[in-house]
Design a protein around this ligand. Structure first.
Ligand SMILES: Cc1cc2nc3c(=O)[nH]c(=O)nc-3n(C[C@H](O)[C@H](O)[C@H](O)COP(=O)(O)OP(=O)(O)OC[C@H]3O[C@@H](n4cnc5c(N)ncnc54)[C@H](O)[C@@H]3O)c2cc1C
Ligand SMILES: *[C@@H]1O[C@H](CO)[C@@H](O)[C@H](O)[C@H]1NC(C)=O
Ligand SMILES: *[C@@H]1O[C@H](CO)[C@@H](O)[C@H](O)[C@H]1NC(C)=O
Ligand SMILES: *[C@@H]1O[C@H](CO)[C@@H](O)[C@H](O)[C@H]1NC(C)=O
Length: 354
């Protein structure tokens, strides 16, 4: 079937953004997403619904990260302006503090494109903070944003979606028509048979979901061995995400009372309006960021499929770590670019852009 010409394994924000880039190029009807978990589901093996999510200067400082961030910021800013309410993304005032000076290259790069960016004068910084900035961030209501993406892909662009777990990379080649498979499996990239990647590891975060409609801004504080953040969820009737943790190599889905207490005391100190009778704790969650030593892997590979060993192309796009929402669009554009020639050679009649 033509709809299986291009297969994407994974329906987290990474797989959905790859599908979106393909659909915007006119290939929606030729694309099938297969995934064990779909938007609307919750599982410790499905990271995307647990994200804050915001755009933050916390990401890495290598060339890839800087480029993907810039791309992602512009994309989200544009989406917030054109369709923010439906997409659950919104411009939000943000403050970020560092207890130790961040890299200058990183700050200079962000200063170039972040809206309303300015450094906070030293005398205005809280005690113990070495550096701080203000800018307009984009907050994303992660669970509803991925549902929006799925709906848009299926209803507007004709992308096919099948719930299914594959146990080996070659099962992504659904039929003889399947020429290209995208591997967007997040944390599963470590275990799935075919090309196990030992550089992958989970980074656990515990978060609290609270109702606190008095909170209208983002605040983050990056400590030496802690991460504290407050992120209002856009279009959610006052829900706010409080965090958090960055525990490398920890893979449990359990949540811990002492971490909840620590999050509450740190976030209240950072933003005193939280410390109010109006703040109601709704729940605690843990999520696992799909991290990878050296950063995300966006690369193509030739593979042999099935018993006949016919040639196929596998495009990897996993290891987004803590930045899948902010960097995902840039990663998707580059993943699709790696197979530009092959997509054209499929002889597919590109659909006009809607
Ligand atoms: C607490 C927390 C806060 C975060 N905050 C932010 C933030 O503010 N900003 C930001 O940019 N990022 C944030 N992140 C990171 C972000 O959530 C991740 O980078 C992103 O969700 C990764 O998406 P993914 O698509 O790679 O993986 P996932 O969302 O885990 O999706 C993986 C998909 O692959 C499927 N799959 C895996 N194996 C198989 C298989 N064998 N067969 C079939 N399907 C399979 C799964 O079912 C799923 O559909 C946060 C993460 C956490 C935990
Ligand atoms: C998550 O994935 C791991 C590794 O594949 C598996 O062992 C575990 O049972 C899964 N957990 C859940 C809750 O699905
Ligand atoms: C805020 O954004 C950074 C970078 O994208 C991310 O690592 C962090 O987890 C986010 N915080 C929350 C609560 O999502
Ligand atoms: C995705 O890549 C990872 C890491 O290389 C590998 O373990 C996994 O088998 C691949 N999965 C698919 C479905 O291609």
């Amino acid at each position: 079937m033509k709809s299986e010409s291009i297969v994407i394994i994974g329906a987290g924000v990474i797989g959905l953004k790859v599908a979106l880039v393909l659909a915007e190029k006119g290939y929606g009807h030729y694309t099938t997403i297969i995934a064990e978990h779909l938007p609307g589901d919750t599982s410790i093996n499905y990271t995307s619904p647990w994200a804050g999510a915001n755009f933050s200067a916390l990401s890495a400082s290598d060339e890839n990260a800087l480029r993907w961030d810039k791309f992602g910021y512009k994309y989200l800013l544009d989406l917030a302006a054109k369709d923010g309410k439906n997409a659950f993304v919104k411009e939000t005032a943000s403050i970020e503090y560092w207890d130790e000076l961040p890299s200058r290259a990183k700050i200079d790069s962000m200063a170039e494109y972040l809206k309303d960016f300015r450094e906070i004068p030293t005398q205005d910084l809280p005690v113990g903070v070495a550096f701080g900035v203000k800018f307009t961030t984009i907050t994303v209501n992660a669970p509803t944003h991925i549902r929006y993406l799925l709906k848009k892909l299926t209803q507007k662009y004709g992308v096919h979606v099948t719930r299914k777990r594959v146990s080996h990379v070659s099962y992504g080649y659904l039929s003889r028509d399947t020429k290209i498979v995208f591997n967007c499996t997040g944390n599963a990239a470590r275990e799935l048979q075919g090309v196990q990647d030992s550089k992958c590891f989970p980074t656990r975060g515990q978060i609290l979901l609270v109702k606190a409609s008095q909170v209208q801004q983002n605040v983050m504080r990056h400590g030496k061995d802690y991460e504290t953040y407050i992120i209002p969820r856009p279009y959610s009737n006052g829900n706010v995400v409080l965090g958090g943790y960055m525990q490398k190599g920890v893979g449990t889905s359990d949540t811990f009372g002492e971490e909840t207490e620590s999050i509450l005391s740190r976030t209240k100190a950072l933003l005193p309006v939280l410390d109010s009778d109006r703040t109601e704790i709704l729940s605690a969650f843990a999520g696992l960021r799909p991290s990878r030593e050296g950063g995300a892997r966006v690369a193509r590979q030739h593979v042999q499929v099935g018993a006949t060993g016919r040639p196929g192309i596998l495009v990897h796009n996993y290891g987004a770590g803590g930045t899948g929402f902010q960097a995902g669009y840039g990663m998707a554009v580059e993943a699709v670019d790696t197979v530009e020639e092959e997509i054209k050679a499929l002889g597919i009649q590109s659909q006009p852009r809607l």
